[in-house]
Design a protein around this ligand. Structure first.
Ligand code: UTP
Length: 408
């Protein structure tokens, strides 16, 4: 893109300040900036001005979950079905590791965080160990796809190589990168990270399948004959991945997606809950849950919205292909965004200073025809690491690992 075209594009979106330092840049830097302007989608930056109107929910009603008791009774049946699919190579795993992990406060990718006490136990290592349990039980390798972002791709791939993939077969691991989105101030003006670079951040975990398509990873999925994709977050160090019983239950109930859920520990726990929205499966984020829904009861007098998602989903791959062209809702999140101040000096803010624009994997559920919420026991399978201390922290995850006999 030449200067004139870039100027016109920026003018259209009210972002001309991006060219403020253009004349002082080297030729190379100028080209980098023009290329970034060409590649950047600025359409979302305006939406922060009418934030409240975004993502209006439809009519919410309860969606029942398959609960622990039923799962225990049918464990053998489901496990056999799941194992058969895994052995036949029909199940792949997708690790969402493109996030910035800002709450944890480490500059390195979250998966490189060492939660060990007497030895090294990296978050990535815990996840690979969990997946290896199934690989060994099934005596079959499972394709693992790892989503990174522009900000952490190098560091992530290097780390896996240095650690010999924690015993996983490298030919079964495929890295791909997610897209980036511009980060803005509270008025929707994009921040500059350098004089020749617009501030960007990963565009949320909702773009994972679109990015797989863009990177040609989907061709690999077709070649391998994978029919189900188990998508999971980087930060839950206890979760079971490609869990045969969960796989079997999702297949057996002919669901487009299975969602692992836990019973909430309080009505106001900060976790998205499964429900129906206008008769279709959906997830309501904790901040969207009204007081009335929080305390609503079902026909048995039990809390109607008591099952929360833990970001571990099993998607039918064909169903994803059908919805890939659909635009997911945009979430505008307040964050600390490193940027240049008005004097062109780099600053790393201590407090949130603007917005990031994200799409979320949980919004994919509403696009699909059927969802099986599948309950897991939270103390065995839910140890998310979001913060350094307190709730959902390194501390709480260590305690849960100990409770499950995992040496740290
Ligand atoms: P979080 O919502 O916890 O976001 O991600 P985060 O960016 O990792 O952490 P904070 O909010 O800055 O502290 C949930 C999962 O989604 C992935 C994360 O890596 C994590 O596995 N994710 C998130 C992505 O892969 N890409 C994104 O753009 C955002």
């Amino acid at each position: 893109m030449d200067y004139q075209r870039a100027y016109e594009k920026l003018e259209k979106f009210g972002q001309l300040h991006v060219l403020k330092y253009y004349d002082e840049l080297t030729k190379e830097e100028q080209e980098m900036l023009l290329k970034q302007v060409e590649d950047t989608d600025f359409t979302m930056t305006d939406s922060c001005k009418h934030k409240e109107e975004l993502n209006q929910k439809g009519k919410i009603s309860p969606l029942s979950a398959m609960q622990l008791k039923e799962i225990a009774e049918r464990r053998e049946e489901f496990t056999a079905i799941g194992m058969e699919a895994i052995k036949a190579g029909k199940v792949g795993a997708v690790l969402l590791a493109g996030g910035m992990g800002t709450r944890l406060g480490s500059d390195a990718p979250k998966g490189l965080y060492d939660i060990g006490l007497t030895k090294e136990v990296f978050i990535f290592q815990r996840l690979i160990e969990n997946l290896l349990d199934v690989v060994h039980a099934a005596d079959a390798w499972i394709h693992l796809f790892v989503m990174t972002s522009d900000k952490n791709h190098e560091a992530t791939t290097q780390f896996f190589a240095e650690k010999n993939y924690f015993g996983y077969r490298p030919e079964y691991i495929t890295f791909f990168m997610q897209e980036m989105a511009p980060a803005t101030d509270y008025n929707g003006k994009v921040y500059m990270e350098e004089k020749y670079k617009i501030s960007t951040s990963p565009n949320g975990n909702g773009g994972w399948f679109t990015s797989m398509v863009k990177w040609g990873v989907v061709d690999k999925i077709h070649e391998a004959g994978i029919e189900w994709l188990n998508v999971f977050a980087v930060d839950n160090v206890l979760q079971r991945i490609a869990d045969p019983c969960f796989v079997g239950a999702t297949i057996q109930t002919n669901s487009d997606v299975g969602a692992k859920v836990v019973c909430k520990n309080a009505p106001d726990e900060r976790i998205g809950v499964v429900c129906l929205e206008d008769g279709k499966p959906s997830i309501v984020e904790y901040y969207e849950l009204t007081e009335e829904l929080m305390n609503a009861k079902d026909e048995n007098g039990e809390p109607a919205y008591s099952f929360g998602v833990i970001l571990n989903y099993l998607f039918r791959e064909k169903a994803l292909e059908e919805i890939v062209a659909k635009k997911l809702p945009l979430h505008i999140v307040e964050k600390k965004i490193p940027c240049l101040d008005e004097n062109g000096e780099a600053v790393k803010p201590e407090e949130p200073n603007g917005y990031k624009y994200e799409q979320l994997v949980l919004d994919m559920i509403h696009e699909l025809g059927s969802c099986l919420p599948y309950e897991v026991e939270r103390n065995y399978e839910f140890a998310p690491i979001k913060n350094k201390t307190g709730i959902d922290s390194v501390e709480s995850a260590r305690a849960l690992c100990k409770e499950n006999g995992i040496e740290l």
